[in-house]
Design a protein around this ligand. Structure first.
Ligand SMILES: CC(C)(COP(=O)(O)OP(=O)(O)OC[C@H]1O[C@@H](n2cnc3c(N)ncnc32)[C@H](O)[C@@H]1OP(=O)(O)O)[C@@H](O)C(=O)NCCC(=O)NCCS
Length: 248
């Protein structure tokens, strides 16, 4: 395994970098990602309780190349005891922390690489760095609800089918799943409802840039699955699917 080329620093130690973030990373996420109602009640407490698991990645010259963060939970190592996905891991980490339950597992919640540095292997460095931080904190297990970036091209395909697709060389088809796998992570289970976004029809039209004139299912830009629209109830529901992988 090659030594990481980037250094992780807790984001709270470098507030001066916050300004760069919007220009370097802002285009990464579709708007609907920010409308998971299950995240809101826990977001601020997550940032407060687990600030030391929230990092910027800097290159050898101290330049910002990416970011990553995780949350700690107690997990017994079985598929049955996995959180339902991203949002459930967030909830569980905060509630367990407040209940005084000692964690033993890091859940990698996200990683991003600045747009002009993608495809150069920084993501692997970030994950290795985060793994090392977990071990240093006494978290012996490391898991991740991985959001497969290529899945948006296959929104009709069930996540459990997509997660198993491989290339001719045997490597996983999805580049982000593959990056995790290259670091030794294995697929544990699909998380078909890792996040749930709910909104009115007008909100979904604004978030997706699409007219949604009838009830039914829609392929939406950057959606990994279909949007379900019920015009009678004035409601659209989307479940973002992820894949649970285990690093350590
Ligand atoms: C996903 C992400 C973190 C990968 O970072 P990265 O440093 O570019 O990753 P790597 O350089 O290690 O590349 C990983 C693989 O993805 C491929 N890849 C990288 N950027 C790509 C892009 N824009 N489009 C398609 N494939 C890409 C690489 O070719 C590589 O595949 P390989 O196995 O054939 O070598 C980065 O693209 C990103 O920040 N995306 C937006 C945020 C996001 O989706 N995060 C993941 C969910 S939390």
């Amino acid at each position: 395994m090659t030594a990481p080329r980037c250094t992780l620093v807790p984001t709270h130690e470098r507030p001066d970098l916050d300004e760069q973030v919007e220009t370097l990373f802002s285009e990464h996420w579709p708007e609907f990602i920010f409308h998971d109602l299950g995240v809101k009640p826990y977001r601020e407490r997550r940032a407060e309780y687990f600030a030391d698991l929230d990092f910027w990645g800097l290159d050898a010259d101290g330049r910002l190349v990416g970011g990553c963060y995780g949350v700690p939970i107690r997990w017994d190592g079985t598929v049955e005891d996995l959180p339902g996905g991203y949002t459930d891991a967030l909830r569980r980490s905060v509630e367990e922390h407040e209940a005084g339950i000692a964690p033993d597992t890091l859940v990698v919640m996200g990683a991003m690489v600045r747009t002009d540095e993608q495809g150069r292997g920084w993501a692997g460095d970030l994950l290795l760095g985060l793994r090392a931080k977990a071990v240093a904190c006494g978290l012996e297990k490391v898991i991740a609800p991985v959001r497969p970036t290529l899945k948006s091209r296959y929104p009709l395909t069930p996540i459990e089918v997509f997660a198993a697709w491989t290339r001719d060389d045997g490597a996983l088809l999805d580049p982000w799943l593959r990056t995790h796998a290259r670091l030794g992570a294995t697929v544990l289970a699909p998380a078909p409802r890792s996040q749930t976004m709910t909104g009115t029809v007008a909100e979904w039209e604004a978030w997706t840039g699409l007219a949604l004139p009838a009830s039914g299912e829609y392929v939406i830009p950057d959606g990994l699955a279909l949007l379900h629209v019920d015009r009678g109830a004035d409601r659209g529901v989307y479940h973002d699917p992820n894949v649970w992988m285990r690093h350590l």
